[in-house]
Design a protein around this ligand. Sequence first.
Ligand code: C5P
Length: 335
Amino acid sequence: MTSQAETVTVRVPGKINLGLSVGPLREDGYHELSTIYHAVSLYDTVTVQPADDWSVHVTGPWGDRVPADASNLALVAARTLARRRARRAKVDPVRIDIDKNIPVAGGMAGGSADAAAALVGCRELWALDHIENDMLEGIAAGLGSDVPFLLHGGTAIGTGRGEQVTSVLARGELHWVLWAGEDLSLSTPEVYAEWDRLREEAGTVPGTPEPSGELMAALRRMDTDAVADALHNDLQDAAISLQPVLSEALAAGLDLGARGALVSGSGPTVAFLVGSQTEAIDLSVGLAANGPHGDIVRATGPVPGAQVVHHRNSPEPYRALPTPHRPGPPGPVTG
Ligand code: C5P
């Protein structure tokens, strides 16, 4: 039986893209792509609990920029899962509380992360053991291209429109400094449209996107400088074209000693790769003093995807359901 005091809390990371190759525009309005997703230790916390009505409440550093209405992707995710549940049992509305630390509209898939967390949290709250990982990933893909990866976490190749995720088993840890410009945001569709425009202007025709062999090999060795050299984002020029301050941020970080730098996804968050925690501290201090104005955080990756961290008043002894594609033991890069 579900009690009113029952709550499930899920921690979910943001992502950056270590490589992003964009292919042709498809008939469904999406671009074919090949990306290497990398989950980093900048987390939103999402709590779900039974309530009389569906609602979402957002707090935290980026909380005031998130819609707390029916359009909120976490709420859409919970209601979508509830419709599946309704086939077997009565649907209980939930209240969702989001503590928002991942930049909003920043290219780190913060909205998608919250949706993945809501799926994992509601599955746990409603004890939906019959919802298999495949089905959860299917629901996730319908919510957004990045949502399946945020269930998955780690480092992974994304293909199709990004929703088809395959593990990359890479050893070790990478250190990052993330810069999110103050009052800066970019709309993903606008960045893709700008990419289309720039490509037409240049008269180039996109080929079939493929993961970079150089980047895969660098990740296999977890060689920071080789990863830094192989970082690549096809959307970066489009993001800079819409927000020129990004080239200033990239140059500032590289001048201050970052091993590599790139705009994350559709931006505008910029990710700087450094060699250690000490380098991360030095760079973040330097950027705060000399870089363009913005929020600066340190993070490491890879980290797991959405995970239940707390289940209060569970009617049964706590038993976490398996996370999709839980990262396996260290091994070669696959995919
Ligand atoms: O899947 P998601 O809702 O995150 O995508 C938002 C928008 O980004 C899409 O409507 C599309 O305009 C653009 N997009 C794209 N190609 C992709 C992913 C997203 O053009 N592979």
